[in-house]
Design a protein around this ligand. Structure first.
Ligand code: SAH
Length: 243
């Protein structure tokens, strides 16, 4: 019987990928994942069988991983960031469960986009925070809006994933409007594109002005809580110490 690793590559740069992730990939015969992610680890996978495919084939990829593992192969299924955060880990475990397979699945964690982005702008996630994906491909938009309301009401720091795509331009506008019901217009906002990988850019702004900035699918938006502030070009949410 083979084995499946579900591997988080982290945000993109090799330096931010864990040694455990590298080891899992090196131990594997077969590497499966979205092409952009496989390109990030090109030099590790030269002698491996590589199955890359476009987006939205997640379940196919999990089923392929399982059939290889059942043939005795060691397979790495690749996600960016952490595989358990909007990644492949859940779907892989669900497929194994559904097929009543006994193949071993090991989840190898990675640095998720929110943590990578936070580190590039200071320390905005020092208190209770929530991650909300604005993608309504798999989640009802009404539920996403409800969660944004709850995050606002709870004075959570909010990290937004999938903030804007070609087909989904206005969700970020609605998210901002909802949060303005609970948060001041001067609330600090950090917008980080390509965190911890080539081409990184980071901007600090406010909830009032955030829509003036370039926001796309490669961006994580971090909106502070009522105590967050910006100083010396760093966004800080106090932990509560008397500094
Ligand atoms: N499993 C991934 C999440 C994928 S959701 C993880 O744990 O990071 C995809 C969203 O994550 C993107 O739309 C973007 O909002 C965010 N993202 C992923 N990588 C990023 C990076 N390097 N910089 C900024 N945002 C990133």
């Amino acid at each position: 019987m083979g084995k499946i690793y579900v591997v988080g590559l982290g945000p993109g740069d090799k330096e931010h990928m864990s040694p455990a992730a590298t080891a899992a990939i090196l131990k594997s015969n077969v590497i499966i994942g979205y092409k952009t992610y496989i390109d990030l680890i090109e030099e590790l996978v030269k002698d491996k069988e590589i199955l890359s495919s476009g987006m939205r084939k997640e379940i196919d990829r999990c089923e392929t991983a399982l059939s290889y593992a059942e043939e005795g192969k060691v397979v790495s299924l690749i996600s960016s960031g952490d595989p358990g955060v909007y990644g492949m880990a859940g779907a892989m475990l669900e497929v194994v469960h559904k097929k009543e397979s006994t193949v071993e699945v090991e989840i190898v964690p990675g640095i998720t986009a929110a943590n990578a982005a936070a580190s590039s702008i200071g320390a905005p996630l020092m208190h209770d925070y929530t991650v909300i994906s604005l993608s309504d491909l798999l989640t009802d938009w009404e539920l996403i809006k409800k969660r944004i309301h709850c995050a606002g009401e709870g004075d959570f720091i909010v990290a937004l994933y999938n903030p804007k795509s070609m087909g989904r331009q206005t969700h970020i506008e609605v998210a901002r409007e909802i949060l303005l019901k609970y948060k001041s217009k001067d609330t600090p906002v950090g917008i980080v594109r390509n965190a911890k990988r080539q081409g990184e850019s980071a901007v600090l702004t406010t909830l009032d002005k955030m829509l003036d900035e370039n926001i796309d699918m490669l961006t994580t938006v971090i909106i502070g809580n009522s105590n967050s502030f910006i100083e010396n070009n760093k966004m800080i949410t106090p932990r509560g110490y008397n500094v």
